[in-house]
Design a protein around this ligand. Structure first.
Ligand SMILES: *[C@@H]1O[C@H](CO)[C@@H](O)[C@H](O)[C@H]1NC(C)=O
Ligand SMILES: *[C@@H]1O[C@H](CO)[C@@H](O)[C@H](O)[C@H]1NC(C)=O
Ligand SMILES: *[C@@H]1O[C@H](CO)[C@@H](O)[C@H](O)[C@H]1NC(C)=O
Ligand SMILES: *[C@@H]1O[C@H](CO)[C@@H](O)[C@H](O)[C@H]1NC(C)=O
Ligand SMILES: *[C@@H]1O[C@H](CO)[C@@H](O)[C@H](O)[C@H]1NC(C)=O
Ligand SMILES: *[C@@H]1O[C@H](CO)[C@@H](O)[C@H](O)[C@H]1NC(C)=O
Ligand SMILES: *[C@@H]1O[C@H](CO)[C@@H](O)[C@H](O)[C@H]1NC(C)=O
Length: 710
C-alpha cells in the first residue's frame, strides 16, 4: 500500500507537469498581440481545444481570431479578454424608401467566454429608437429619444439625449440585436438616418452627436465594437476542478483558484506575479524595486510574497534618526494612530453606503411606523451565516444577482441575495422599495426578513424556502406525479399573491418578472412568489416611466415591448404562460425546437385555434373526467395571453376563477347538494336561471362526468 502511494506521487506530478508545459516552439505573439498560455496558436500550445486561436493575415494586417471573433487583448491577471463584435443597425434606405435592418448576433457558447456583466453595457443610439439585446433567456433594452439637447460625451443614463444604456445580466453567452419596428427613422432620416444597438465595453464608449448624423457608428467603418469577456478554463467550479489533478489548471506554486461567471480561472497569490497556468509561473514581486507602489523609507528587504521595511542599522544613537527606544515607541504610536484612522475610515465608508442605499430613509420611516418586523443585518452577520459567501452555499443565479443559503446564529435558515452593481438612481429608491416589500405579509409571498446596507452593493435577506422552484417541480423531476389538484392549488395561490400585490398593496406593486422559476415551493408545496428584483411601484404619473425594458423570453408581455409601459396586465400575461406550463408540462421557451415551435404561448394559441388543445396537454392530467376543467383553465390562459392588455382579465379575476375551479375539482360530489354547490361557486350571479353560465355548466359537467365514470 505504502509503496503504491509513494509511486503514485511522482507519476501524478509528471502528468501535471506535462499538462502545464508549453512546448518550447510555441509562438507567444500574433502581430502585436501577446498570446499568453493557456491560449495558444497551435493545438499542442493551448491548454485544450477551446483555447486555440488563429493568427491570420487580413489585407495588410496580422489579426488574431478566436473562432470567428477578432481578439484585441488578453489579461491573465484579470481573466479577461477584449474581443470585437458586430453592432446591429436600422437605417433608412433611400433607394427603397423603407427601413433596412442589420441585426448582428453573437454566439460564444462553444468558446470559454461569457460577456462580463460588470464591464459591458447594452447601448442604444438613436433619436427614435427602442432596441433590445435578445439573449437565451433575457430581453434587455431601452428607449432612446432626442428630446433633450445633445451633448458629446453625455452619459446616456437619461435616455432622452440621443442614447440610452442598460445593465447586462451575468452569464450571457448568446444574444441578438433586435429593433422594435414601430420606432424607426422614416420621418427623420434626413437628420438621423440610423439607429444602433450594441453590447460593448462601457469604458470604451463615449457618445458623439456624429453617430446620429452619419451612418458610421463608433468611428469604425467595419461596424464592430470592443466587448469584454471573462474566461474560464472549464465551466466547473474550483472545487469541482481540483478533483482531477491531471486537468486542474492552477499548477504554479503560489497560485489560487477563482470562480467566475465563465467557470474557474487561476491567479497568482498576493505578492506574486506571472502566469499561474505554467509550472513556477508565479514569481515573487520584488517590492523593493518599486518604491512608488511599495513605499519604504528605511531598509527594504524583499521576502517571498512580501517585503519588510526596517530602520537603517549601525547608526549611532546620537546621529541616528532611528534605532532607539524612543523610536520604537514612536513607531508604535504611529502604527496605532494609523490603525485607528483606518478603522474610522472604514466606519465612515460603511455609513456612506448605508446612506446611499436609503438606509436613513428606512430608519426614519421605521421610527414612524412601529412594529415593522424588518432587520438591518450587518455585513459580518451575513458573512458568518453564509460561510463567507462560499460557492457551496449558492442556491441559484438570477438576472439581478446570486442567492446564497445561510444559517443565522439563532438557527434560522435564510436566503441572502447579493445584487449586481446598481446605479445611483436605483440606489436612492432601494431603501423605500425594501420598506414596502418588508410590510407585505402574505402567505404566498416570500418574506423579506431584512437587508444589509453597509456594503457597496446591498444584500437582501429572505426566509428560506426548502422545496425549490415551480420550474423544477414541473420540468426537472419527471418521476414526480403532480395531480391537477396540486397544480390548480399552486396556480391559485400564485394568482392570489399577484392579485394582492396589484390591488391591496399601496402603492400597487407590479412584479415584472413572473415565471415558474420565481415561484418557490414551501415544505408542504405552498406557493411563494419571489424575486422582486424587476418589480416597480406602479407609477402614479406617466413621467415616471421606466426607461429599461427587461424580462424573460417566453414570458414577456408583447404589449410591454411595444409600449414600454409595465402594467398589471403584463404580470397577467406572464402568469398566463405559467398556467400553460402547469397544463402542458412544457417549457415557456424551447430552444431546441424549430423556430416557430419555440414559444409555448404561440404553440398553445395555435393549438386552440385549430381545436387541437388535447394534443398539447400533459398526459398525466388529461383524462375524461378532467378534460372539461382543463378546457376551462386553457380558456382562462388564453384570455391572459390576449395581445391587448385591456382584454386580459385582472389578476383578481384570474385568482377568483382559479379558486372556484379548484373547489369544484376538489369536491366533485357537490352536485348532490345544490345549495352546497351554490356556496362553492361563490358568486350567486354565476348561477342564473337557465344554468348556462360558464361556471355552473362546468359544475354540472363535472357531476355528469363523475356519474358516467361510476
Ligand atoms: C484560421 O483562419 C484561416 C483563414 O481565415 C482558416 O482557413 C483556418 O481554417 C482557420 N483555422 C482555425 C483552426 O480556425
Ligand atoms: C450557439 O452555438 C452553439 C454551438 O455552436 C449551438 O449549439 C447553439 O444552438 C447556438 N445557440 C443559438 C441560440 O443559436
Ligand atoms: C461632437 O463631436 C463631433 C466630432 O467628434 C463633432 O462633429 C460635433 O460637432 C460635436 N458635437 C457637439 C454638439 O459638440
Ligand atoms: C415606422 O414607424 C411608424 C410609426 O412611428 C409606423 O407606422 C411605420 O409602419 C414604421 N415603418 C416601418 C417601415 O417599420
Ligand atoms: C482528468 O483529466 C484528464 C485530462 O483532461 C482526462 O483525460 C481524465 O479522463 C480525467 N479524469 C477523470 C477521473 O475525470
Ligand atoms: C525611489 O527610488 C529611486 C531610485 O531607486 C530614488 O531616486 C527615489 O528617491 C526613491 N523615492 C523614494 C520616495 O524613496
Ligand atoms: C506583508 O506583510 C505585512 C506586514 O507583516 C502584512 O500586513 C501583509 O498582510 C503581508 N502581505 C502578504 C501578501 O502576505
Amino acid at each position: 500500500m505504502e509503496l503504491a502511494r509513494l509511486l503514485l506521487i511522482p507519476v501524478v506530478w509528471v502528468l501535471a507537469a506535462a499538462a502545464a508545459a508549453r512546448s518550447p516552439g510555441c509562438a507567444t505573439r500574433c502581430g502585436n498581440i501577446d498570446v499568453p498560455y493557456p491560449f495558444g496558436l497551435d493545438p499542442q500550445c493551448a491548454i485544450h481545444d477551446g483555447f486555440q486561436l488563429n493568427c491570420s493575415t487580413v489585407g495588410r494586417d496580422t489579426k488574431l481570431f478566436h473562432g470567428t471573433l477578432e481578439v484585441i487583448r488578453f489579461s491573465v491577471h484579470d481573466g479577461k479578454a477584449w474581443l470585437k463584435t458586430f453592432i446591429s443597425r436600422q437605417c433608412y434606405d433611400q433607394a427603397t424608401s423603407d427601413m433596412s435592418y442589420n441585426n448582428a448576433w453573437v454566439n460564444i457558447s462553444n468558446l470559454p467566454y461569457v460577456l462580463s456583466a460588470s464591464d459591458n453595457k447594452v447601448i442604444v443610439v438613436g433619436c427614435k429608437s427602442l432596441a433590445y439585446m435578445w439573449s437565451d433567456s433575457y430581453i434587455i433594452g431601452c428607449k432612446s429619444t432626442c428630446d433633450k439637447p445633445l451633448k458629446n460625451g453625455s452619459s446616456c443614463s437619461t435616455g432622452n439625449a440621443g442614447c440610452c444604456q442598460a445593465d447586462l445580466p451575468t452569464g450571457v453567452r448568446y444574444y441578438q440585436g433586435f429593433f422594435n419596428e414601430l420606432y424607426n427613422t422614416t420621418e427623420i432620416w434626413r437628420k438621423t438616418p440610423c439607429n444602433y444597438v450594441t453590447v460593448m465595453e462601457s469604458a470604451a464608449f463615449s457618445f458623439s452627436t456624429a453617430y446620429l448624423t452619419s451612418t458610421v457608428f463608433y468611428d469604425t467603418d467595419d461596424s464592430r465594437t470592443p466587448v469584454v469577456m471573462e474566461w474560464g478554463i472549464t465551466r466547473q467550479t474550483c472545487e469541482q476542478a481540483r478533483i482531477n489533478k491531471t486537468s486542474y489548471a492552477c499548477v504554479s506554486d503560489h497560485s489560487d483558484c477563482v470562480n467566475n461567471d465563465a467557470g474557474y480561472r487561476c491567479r497568482c497569490s498576493d505578492g506574486f506575479e506571472g502566469n499561474p497556468y505554467t509550472m513556477d509561473g508565479c514569481t515573487d514581486i520584488n517590492e523593493c524595486l518599486d518604491n512608488v507602489t511599495y513605499p519604504c523609507a528605511g531598509i527594504c528587504k524583499n521576502t517571498p510574497g512580501n517585503f519588510t521595511c526596517s530602520c537603517p542599522r549601525g547608526r549611532s544613537m546620537i546621529n541616528g534618526v532611528c534605532a532607539s527606544v524612543g523610536l520604537v515607541a514612536l513607531v508604535i504610536c504611529i502604527t496605532c494612530a494609523y490603525l485607528i484612522r483606518e478603522r474610522r475610515k472604514l466606519h465612515r465608508i460603511k455609513q456612506r453606503y448605508f446612506r446611499q442605499h436609503g438606509g436613513l430613509l428606512l430608519f426614519e420611516e421605521m421610527k414612524s411606523q412601529q412594529g415593522v418586523a424588518f432587520k438591518i443585518f450587518s455585513e459580518e452577520e451575513l458573512q458568518q451565516a453564509t460561510n463567507k459567501f462560499d460557492a457551496q452555499q449558492v442556491l441559484g443565479h438570477g438576472g439581478q444577482g446570486t442567492v446564497y443559503k445561510g444559517i443565522l446564529k439563532s438557527g434560522i435558515e435564510i436566503a441572502v441575495k447579493r445584487c449586481m452593481t446598481i446605479d445611483e438612481q436605483q440606489k436612492k429608491g432601494f431603501g423605500k422599495e425594501m420598506l414596502i416589500l418588508s410590510q407585505i405579509n402574505h402567505k404566498n409571498i416570500v418574506k423579506l426578513l431584512g437587508c444589509c446596507l453597509e456594503v457597496e452593493v446591498p444584500m437582501l435577506v429572505y426566509e428560506f424556502i426548502p422545496n425549490g422552484t415551480l420550474f423544477d417541480l414541473i420540468h426537472r423531476n419527471h418521476s414526480q406525479h403532480n395531480s391537477l389538484n396540486t397544480r390548480l392549488r399552486i396556480a391559485y395561490e400564485s394568482a392570489e399573491a399577484l392579485a394582492y400585490l396589484h390591488s391591496c398593496a399601496s402603492p400597487p406593486i407590479l412584479h415584472g418578472d413572473v415565471k415558474s422559476t420565481n415561484i418557490l415551493l414551501d415544505g408542504d408545496y405552498t406557493a411563494k412568489v419571489s424575486d422582486f428584483g424587476a418589480s416597480i411601484l406602479a407609477p402614479n404619473d406617466k413621467s415616471q416611466f421606466v426607461t429599461v425594458v427587461q424580462g424573460t423570453c417566453g414570458y414577456l408581455d408583447p404589449e410591454y415591448m411595444q409600449t414600454y409601459e409595465l402594467t398589471d396586465k403584463s404580470d397577467v400575461y406572464s402568469f398566463g404562460v405559467v398556467l400553460l406550463e402547469l397544463l402542458t408540462r412544457k417549457k415557456a421557451l424551447n430552444l431546441e425546437g424549430p423556430e416557430d415551435d419555440r414559444s409555448l404561448s404561440m404553440r398553445f394559441l395555435y393549438a386552440m385555434k385549430e381545436n387541437k388543445l388535447e394534443d398539447i396537454l400533459d398526459d398525466e392530467i388529461k383524462n375524461n373526467e378532467n378534460i372539461e376543467y382543463l378546457e376551462e383553465i386553457a380558456d382562462l390562459a388564453r384570455q391572459c395571453l390576449e395581445m391587448s392588455g385591456m382584454n386580459r382579465p385582472s389578476m383578481k379575476e384570474v385568482a377568483d376563477k382559479l379558486g372556484r375551479l379548484r373547489k369544484i375539482v376538489q369536491h366533485p360530489w357537490a352536485h348532490e347538494n345544490p345549495e352546497e354547490l351554490d356556496s362553492l361557486l361563490g358568486e350567486p350571479s354565476m348561477v342564473n336561471s337557465t344554468g348556462t353560465t360558464g361556471n355552473f355548466s362546468i359544475a354540472k359537467k363535472a357531476a355528469m362526468g363523475l356519474e358516467s365514470g361510476r
